[in-house]
Design a protein. Sequence first.
Length: 74
Amino acid sequence: MWTEFVYQLGDLFQWAFGFFEFIQNYFNDLLLGLGFFGFGYWMYTQNNLSKKANVSVETSENTGWYKDESKKLK
């Protein structure tokens, strides 16, 4: 009884993992492409938000700017 169950379970796993032979490496390529697209979109958005920020990029100009609540740097 247990032997039949184990063999059926093995056949099920073999059938289920056959899906990966079907898709080959396309899923990995899709994830890689989505990652590059997401990174590009993130950098584009970060660039736009950095342009809107009123905090200077130079660290020597940023001493104490966080202590004054209503002070604008630029």
